[in-house]
Design a protein around this ligand. Structure first.
Ligand code: SAM
Length: 320
């Protein structure tokens, strides 16, 4: 499985937002339409970020509506509106069910997830997500977590590094990259983004900006276990949604999109060809609303180049 991301999260497209807002929401109206909001419903925004989607949801809810917003990044807190209908959970959305239960919520009318990193995370030099600034090789969305990108390059086996650069970054010479890291890491410090980039200078293939962006993307996906968290979220969706409730997921990466597509189709994030034990005839609790994913309009891409690779998929929990 390979995946490339152009977007939002990574800098692979080399497109940088000239907008200095925390984050420009992507596919905002399309995602909201897809959720089919009921004014008195209970909704979850798994990825609050700058709160663009959340604010629009709140604007469409009545006084008895409720929104639970997750974001594992402390920085997202500064965007919280003062609204009694909003509950903020500063945790990973992989714990969806647990935190809903803690807040006395058994089932919800809709779930939204807008995956990846925010523009703020990329533009905040100290977070170490960007190839553009020198900073600690960090890349944690949740700064309470101990694993950083430096830990990955310092401690992972050559084999593990090879796989992650190949799968999450589509780095063409991922094997050479992994071998080089393992050979130099005991003698050269890789603590900072610049030190890391400099140490790899001799093996860069093609356009250096693109190369480093792919390498950084792979590390970021690994550090934050982005695919693992998405799988765990998907596995909880049908337990948490009310019949008729909707899930809308915006992805920016082919690996994420494939997980979502397979889950909506088969009730499992594993492709049937990869797991012959999956019963593709099994009753799937989800009905697909978007046969093909919805992408941004040319106008949106023009206004916000980071939206270019966004894909929105929507499904609905079947009525029993
Ligand atoms: C693309 S931004 C969301 C932007 C938001 N929709 C808006 O309109 O501003 C993704 C956000 O989700 C958060 N995030 C990503 N994965 C997460 C996870 N597994 N659990 C909790 N938060 C996560 C990131 O910290 C980031 O702030």
């Amino acid at each position: 499985m390979k995946g490339k991301e152009k977007h939002s999260g990574s800098e692979i497209s080399n497109q940088q937002s000239s907008d200095n807002r925390y984050h420009v929401p992507v596919l905002l109206n399309e995602a909201l339409e897809g959720l089919n909001l009921k004014p008195d419903g209970v909704y979850v925004d798994c990825t609050f970020g700058g709160g663009g989607h959340s604010r629009l949801i709140l604007s469409r809810l009545g006084t008895s509506g409720k929104l639970v917003a997750f974001d594992q990044d402390e920085d997202a807190r500064k965007n919280l509106p003062d609204d009694q209908r909003l509950i903020f959970v500063q945790h990973n959305f992989r714990h969806l069910k647990r935190f809903l239960r803690l807040n006395g919520i058994a089932a919800v009318d809709g779930i939204l997830a807008d995956l990846g990193v925010s523009s703020h995370q990329l533009n905040e030099a100290s977070r170490g997500f960007s190839t553009r600034f020198d900073a600690q090789l960090d890349m944690r969305m949740d700064q309470r977590q101990s694993l950083t990108a430096f830990d990955v390059v310092k401690n992972y086996s050559e084999e593990k590094l090879h796989k992650l650069f190949e799968q999450y970054g589509e780095v063409t010479n991922s094997k050479t990259l992994a071998r080089t890291i393992v050979q130099i890491r005991d003698t050269i410090s890789l603590k900072t983004t610049d030190a890391f980039k400099n140490a790899l200078r001799g093996i860069v293939k093609g356009n250096p900006k693109k190369y480093y962006a792919q390498v950084f993307q792979a590390l970021r996906i690994e550090v934050n276990d982005e695919l693992g968290a998405l799988k765990e979220l998907l596995e909880q969706v049908t337990d948490v949604l009310k019949p008729g409730g909707r899930i809308a997921i915006i992805t920016f990466h082919s690996l994420e999109d494939r997980l979502v597509k397979n889950f909506f189709r088969h009730g499992s994030s594993v492709e049937p060809e990869q797991n012959p034990f999956i019963n593709t005839e099994a009753v799937n609790d989800l009905k697909i609303i978007t046969k093909k994913p919805i992408g941004p309009s040319p106008e949106e891409i023009k206004q916000n180049p980071r939206s270019a690779s966004a894909k929105l998929r929507i499904a609905e929990k079947k009525q029993t």
